[in-house]
Design a protein around this ligand. Structure first.
Ligand code: CMP
Length: 138
């Protein structure tokens, strides 16, 4: 069993896509073991994306991630990290495969609806960033 952190970003929440994204993950057999809505401050968004500090898009990415509430969740299943990433599609929606969440809904690389951890180490960091042990119903 593997766990990954997924975020429905502020653009996804604002566009009423919480149910659609959750439905896709659940229909694919992923189990939601934790979930909450959070409105990150700029500092909290900067901490979450610290790995991207120094990149040209860091400031606008953290502005957009702190612009409204997100839904953060932990998804569990065999190969959950790769499965979630496949379902989201490429970071840039222009490159995302048909039928993926980003191909179907995202407008830009920055406003790309969802985030998913890209490796076991980042999943561990990202899960710990939002959830403590008592909040995870494993
Ligand atoms: P996400 O999966 O949340 O991980 C980092 C985010 O940075 C990514 O999705 C995009 O929203 C954003 N991002 C990555 N590359 C770029 C880029 N070249 N320009 C703007 N935003 C980017």
């Amino acid at each position: 069993m593997e766990r990954t952190l997924s975020i429905i970003k502020p653009d996804g929440v604002a566009r009423g896509l919480i149910g659609e994204v959750v439905r896709r993950f659940e229909n694919a057999g992923l189990k939601i073991v934790a979930m909450k809505m959070v409105h990150m401050s700029k500092k909290e968004a900067e901490g979450f994306y610290a790995v991207h500090r120094g990149r040209g898009f860091y400031d606008s990415l953290t502005d957009s991630m702190s612009s409204g509430p997100c839904v953060v969740m932990i998804l569990e299943g065999p190969g959950a990290i790769a499965q979630t990433r496949e379902m989201m599609g490429a970071t840039n929606p222009k490159d995302a495969a048909p039928g993926t969440i980003r191909a179907d809904y995202a407008f830009s690389i920055e406003q790309n609806i969802v985030h998913g951890s890209d490796a076991p180490e980042t999943a561990a960091f990202e899960i710990g960033y939002f959830f403590n042990a008592l909040e995870i119903c494993g």
